[in-house]
Write a protein that binds this ligand. Structure first.
Ligand SMILES: Nc1nc2c(c(=O)[nH]1)N[C@H]1C(S)=C(S)[C@@H](COP(=O)(O)OP(=O)(O)OC[C@H]3O[C@@H](n4cnc5c(=O)[nH]c(N)nc54)[C@H](O)[C@@H]3O)O[C@H]1N2
Ligand SMILES: Nc1nc2c(c(=O)[nH]1)N[C@H]1C(S)=C(S)[C@@H](COP(=O)(O)OP(=O)(O)OC[C@H]3O[C@@H](n4cnc5c(=O)[nH]c(N)nc54)[C@H](O)[C@@H]3O)O[C@H]1N2
Ligand code: SF4
Ligand SMILES: [Mo]
Length: 720
């Protein structure tokens, strides 16, 4: 354990949205062992295996890094190393030419919740302000956009009401569509500690699979994939019938309750049970646990968000907590877990296609005018039309309506649904810029320009974690070669294009500008100064220098909506976008392994992590394996209506009959047909535009040892 000394720096773990802070001792331009410190929020000495292995030399080896800007005119040419100025001049000239010839909306940006707030801020200013196009979206669209939309619809503004301290006070944990044990491990450890300390406390997990989290639960509700609205409504309805309603909270702080209540009572419990797909006795047990508990805390993530009903799934749960008076109450409430370390910060700078900084929206004339004034750009510079969301953006690229895409800190050639179509779009683009810290990524293979980014630990930046805690991630190391921070690269290109207002020298200057833009907004960070961030992290809202920060919001029952009240919505339980039939008779759901991070560009390099999940695995119930004549360890192929995927069969009763599970960690660079997103459906939720990554219809066939060509077989058989 390293003790804090003068030469100890703190950085934010670059993996999940728990936002653990790690300490490293620096000296001689190097940093020594990374650890966590007991006194430091939010993890207080805890780290999971991914965080603890951040000092693995493989992560820092310059051999696997992009170290100089690389440019090629055409994709069949080799890349040439160039200086930063030459790369910026090349990009500026190409973007300018496309903009003049075809219009500003032919340029697009695709970013990431792993970028720090400073980088997200400058890219937003460059695209929405200076270039005047809202064709700017990020992987948060695949991740948190349903949660953001649901919070905005119900409370009037995005972000969770509570904080991690609520774990120490809750007596019922309701984890729905979250495998916290694998994906937010430090929070799961905190939850288990609370369960151990309070023998009356209970954990319910709602997941079609018996995940690692479900294994540790008192009650596992194996919901039918997509059946969450019905499941939550069943519980809410039974609770109403039992008189569990907080009448005072409902009357003083909400609107729309009567209509919500009437609509729920009009539902048939049998139909709800059938749609949820869970036995009545298990559901009755869940209802009893809700009734016995005093403080119920819900954690949710992609099992709710990644669905064509993602917003409704979120709202059903928020409705339930409002009915129980559990918003702004210590130890209770709806708490969406953020996936990436700074997806919250990205939402705060307004990096999604419909947003502007400070939870403002492009469609709102007052919001546009306020931001134009703060950015010192002519009135009317910001377009009033929301730009294209992730799926729509790659569609427009495939059709040739978008011509240039600048892709930063995300690997869409692996992670987008229906990824064959995304590959075709990238091949069709006139200009692909890919900005990454690592060499040899799947998306980089499509690029004309590769820009070397300083990675975590090599730059100063600010991150907001799942609980609205804003922390400074300090620079520990120098980046290799010419790699530079993402914000610096954005500002360099903006200046090369002749735009004013990008003369930043430090990340602190960018932060100061960003926090000013949040002043008076629901995510007010004006009081979070650089000086205060040196001392430690602070929860927003924090309007002034002497404000202590706000771990819990809405404690006064006042909400940032027009009426000042939170709003109930009536919902219809409905089926997912795609259905099974005799040809595609299995439901595929996708997710993550505890030891791998997304497209493996970092965890795949760390032997201790990679060996835990070194190749694609398909989990299948023994009944299906018997029915299909398959055995554990067989190489099998899944076909959906869109493509094919090959993996090793794992026969296990953790998945229910007729449902199979795999991860999306592997791309074409690993093996042909290793990418599960060849199968997934790019249908999206109409309210959040978040795609359906958790449900598609597939069939499973054995792979024959001597078959001619996998790709050809896949193409012929995939045709419905
Ligand atoms: N180790 C690791 N940790 C990570 C990441 C990683 O790649 N690796 N990624 C980070 C990111 S960006 C994110 S967004 C989070 C994601 O964190 P999670 O949402 O916890 O991760 P997933 O595995 O995608 O999905 C969670 C669970 O949803 C279940 N599920 C599938 N369909 C349904 C359904 O219809 N209803 C319900 N109730 N559940 C369903 C799946 O079986 C799965 O167990 O993890 C973060 N943490
Ligand atoms: N089937 C299926 N697909 C999914 C999901 C699912 O559950 N199922 N989940 C979706 C979700 S929630 C998410 S968040 C996405 C994640 O998908 P991606 O964002 O595509 O995945 P990553 O591997 O995290 O990509 C990050 C890239 O940025 C690079 N990088 C790391 N640090 C830096 C840096 O500081 N600067 C720069 N410029 N680059 C850096 C990495 O090397 C890597 O290439 O996947 C989505 N896709
Ligand atoms: S729980 Fe998340 S933030 Fe914490 S060490 Fe693990 S991956 Fe990093
Ligand atoms: Mo995510």
């Amino acid at each position: 354990m390293i003790l804090p000394t003068n030469n100890t720096r703190h950085a934010v773990c670059p993996y999940c949205g728990v936002g653990c802070r790690v300490a490293a001792r620096v000296g001689d331009g190097k940093a020594s062992r990374i650890s966590a410190t007991k006194s430091i929020a939010p993890n207080f000495g805890l780290l999971c295996q991914k965080g603890a292995l951040l000092d693995s030399p493989e992560i820092w080896n310059p051999a696997g890094r992009l170290t100089t800007p690389l440019v090629r005119e055409e994709r069949d040419q080799p890349f040439k190393p160039v200086s930063w100025d030459a790369a910026a001049a090349f990009i500026a000239a190409r973007l300018d030419a496309l903009r003049k010839e075809h219009g500003k909306d032919t340029l697009a940006f695709y970013g990431s919740g792993q970028l720090d707030t400073e980088a997200s801020y400058i890219f937003t200013k460059l695209f929405k302000g200076s270039l005047g196009t809202n064709n700017m979206d990020t992987n948060s669209r695949l991740c948190m956009s349903s949660a953001a939309a649901a919070y905005t619809m119900t409370f009037g503004a995005d972000a969770p009401p509570g904080c991690y301290d609520d774990i120490h006070h809750a007596d019922l944990f309701f984890m729905i569509g979250s495998n916290m044990a694998a994906n937010h491990p430090v929070l799961f450890t905190k939850t288990r500690k609370r369960l151990a300390a309070n023998p009356m406390a209970r954990l319910i997990v709602v997941d079609p699979r018996r995940s690692e989290s479900a294994d540790a639960a008192h009650l596992h509700l194996p919901v039918k994939p997509g059946g969450d609205v019905a499941l939550v409504q069943y519980i809410a309805r039974e609770l109403i019938l039992a008189g569990c309603e907080d009448k005072s909270f409902i009357e003083h702080a909400t609107q729309g309750y009567t209509a919500y209540r009437d609509a729920l009572l009009a539902q048939s419990p049998d139909v709800l049970l059938q749609t949820a797909g869970v036995d009545e006795h298990l559901m009755s047990e869940a209802v009893s646990l809700f009734m016995l508990a005093d403080k119920r805390l819900s954690f949710y993530c992609q099992g709710l968000n990644q669905s064509t009903r993602g917003v409704d799934k979120n709202i059903a749960l928020i409705n339930l907590h409002m009915q129980l008076g559990e918003v702004g109450r210590k130890g209770a409430g709806p708490f969406s877990l953020t996936g990436q370390p700074n997806a919250m910060g990205g939402r705060e700078v307004g990096y999604l296609a419909h947003q502007l900084p400070g939870y403002r929206f492009v469609a709102d004339a007052d919001h546009r005018a306020a931001v134009e004034k703060l950015w010192n750009i002519p009135k009317g510079s910001i377009d009033s039309r929301p730009g294209l969301s992730a799926v729509e953006m790659f569609d427009a690229l495939a059709r040739g309506e978008i011509k240039a895409i600048w892709n930063v800190c995300t690997n869409p050639a692996v992670s987008m649904p229906n990824v064959d179509h995304v590959h075709a779009a990238l091949r069709n683009a006139e200009l692909v810029i890919h900005q990454d810290c690592y060499d040899q990524t799947d998306t980089g293979a499509f690029a004309h320009v590769l820009l070397p980014a300083a990675q975590w630990g090599e730059k100063t930046g600010t991150m907001t974690n799942s609980e609205r805690l804003v922390a400074r991630s300090e620079k520990l190391f120098d980046p290799p070669g010419q790699a530079m921070p993402d914000w610096w690269i954005a500002a360099l290109v903006a200046r090369a294009m002749g735009f004013k207002g990008y003369d930043y020298v430090t990340a602190e200057q960018v932060w100061d500008e960003h926090r000013t833009l949040t002043r008076g907004t629901p995510c007010d960070q004006h009081g979070i100064t650089n000086l205060r961030l040196l001392a430690g992290p602070i929860h927003w809202p924090c309007p002034d220098d002497d404000h202590p920060g706000t771990p819990r919001r809405y404690t006064d029952g006042l909400f940032p909506s027009d009426s000042g009240r939170a709003r109930f919505f009536e919902l219809e339980p409905a089926e997912p976008d795609e259905s099974t039939d005799s040809r595609y008779d299995l439901i595929l759901t996708t997710g993550r392994h505890a030891a791998q991070w997304h497209t493996r560009t970092r965890t795949g390099k760390v032997p201790e992590l990679d060996r835990q999940y070194p190749r694609p695995v398909i989990d299948m119930n023994p009944h299906d394996a018997d029915r299909l004549g398959l055995a554990d360890g067989d190489t099998v192929r899944l076909y959906s209506r869109r493509g094919a995927f090959t993996g090793q069969l794992h026969v296990t009763d953790t998945v229910p009959p007729r449902t199979v599970f795999t991860t999306f960690h592997f791309g074409d660079s690993f093996a042909p047909e290793a990418n599960a997103n060849r199968l997934t459906n790019d249908a999206f939720d109409p309210k959040s535009k978040q795609p359906e990554l958790k449900f598609c219809a597939v069939r499973c066939v054995p792979v024959l040892a001597n078959e001619p060509s996998r790709q050809t077989a896949a193409m012929t058989e995939a045709t419905p």
